[in-house]
Unconditional design. Structure first.
Length: 54
């Protein structure tokens, strides 16, 4: 592999790796905020309403 092609491939690999790390970070930070809890924690059981408004 010649030098310019190797430099280009390394640059592309660095950009792809950086984007994947950013996506993983955003997913792992926003998921607990969206769920309101950490994914491994049990869900809180809510008492259903005494009557249903139908």
């Amino acid at each position: 592999m010649n030098h310019p092609l190797r430099a280009f491939a390394l640059q592309i690999f660095g950009v792809v790796l950086t984007v994947l790390m950013l996506v993983a970070f955003v997913a792992f930070v926003s998921l607990p905020l969206t769920l309101g809890r950490h994914p491994g924690e049990p869900q809180s059981v809510e008492v259903p309403a005494t009557r249903h408004m139908t």
